[in-house]
Design a protein around this ligand. Structure first.
Ligand SMILES: C[S@@+](CC[C@H](N)C(=O)[O-])C[C@H]1O[C@@H](n2cnc3c(N)ncnc32)[C@H](O)[C@@H]1O
Length: 266
């Protein structure tokens, strides 16, 4: 499956971080995987699923999927960014791999758990937010668990202070990437301006900028949309394993009667 219909899926295919510079992703994002993976594992064991069939929706480079697999779960992979998905597939050779738009996800499979970390902020419209949650409900068996990590609105707004944040990574002995991200807040959205400078030795090899927006979540919105999509027992807690306090961990259970998926734009 490689149909891209939503705005967030289109961004996933064009953001340099996920495409041209995808090899830098794991060097730039170094949050430890253990807190997230151990939280999921502990909850799945408590639910009587120590070896669950799990979908990592928006898996990125598959770091969390690989760690969950090591703990005994079978984890499949879905993402719209081909270059990241390729890295995830290499890391998780036994996983089924789906190049898919999560807002139109239709795998014909039902999982015991869906995990979606750091992704739902990319869905900007109400339509896409409802569509992705309905697709997750349809991808879960009744009683299946949904694990989300999302940006929380107030914490996100406080951090969006227009301060440029720089990182520098060595991609190979000759190649070096400088990355700067500047985030501002306007009308409920985080506006992200990214600058990429690639150097081979002392030579400038490529320079680009990329602008996109993210829309954080409130607890009220999470409960309202998850309930409408067919989830119950919705727990929200502070995020786990994040370097900043602007994240929420959400765990929800798929109800017996979940809403039918809608396509983005319907
Ligand atoms: C910030 S990364 C998080 C990756 C991984 N879950 C992690 O925690 O490292 C967001 C991921 O969501 C994917 N994504 C965003 N919108 C998507 C969509 N509509 N369909 C599929 N993947 C999407 C991106 O391609 C990217 O891999």
């Amino acid at each position: 499956m490689s149909v891209v219909t939503s705005h967030s899926a289109a961004v996933s295919r064009t953001r340099p971080f996920y495409a041209r510079h995808a090899q830098a992703y794991d060097l730039l994002i170094t949050d430890p995987v253990e807190p997230w993976v151990e939280t999921l594992h502990e909850r799945l064991v408590r639910a009587g699923r120590p070896a669950a069939l799990v979908l990592d929706a928006g898996c990125g480079t598959g770091r969390h999927a690989a760690a969950l697999t090591t703990l005994g779960h079978h984890v499949d992979l879905a993402d719209a960014a081909e270059d990241l998905l390729r890295q995830a597939a290499a890391r998780c050779p036994r996983a089924r791999t789906f190049h898919a738009d999560l807002c139109a996800l239709d795998l014909g499979l039902q999982y015991q758990a869906v995990t979606c970390r750091g992704v739902l902020n990319d869905m900007l419209t109400d339509t896409d937010r409802d569509a992705v949650l309905r697709c997750f409900a349809a991808s879960l068996r009744t009683g299946g668990l949904l694990f989300l990590d999302v940006r929380e609105e107030h914490g996100s707004r406080d951090r969006a202070d227009a301060t440029p944040r720089h990182q520098s990574v060595q991609l190979d002995p000759d190649t070096h990437l400088d990355f700067t991200s500047t985030v501002t807040w306007n009308a409920g959205l985080l506006h992200v301006h990214e600058q990429y400078t690639l150097r081979c030795g002392q030579q400038l090899a490529h320079e680009s900028t990329y602008d996109f927006a993210m829309r954080p979540w409130t607890q009220d919105e999470l409960v309202q949309r998850l309930t409408a999509a067919g989830f119950h027992d919705i727990e929200t807690r502070p995020g786990v394993g994040r370097k900043t306090p602007d994240r929420l961990l959400v765990i929800a259970t798929r109800s017996q009667h979940a809403a039918e998926p809608t396509q983005p734009g319907q």
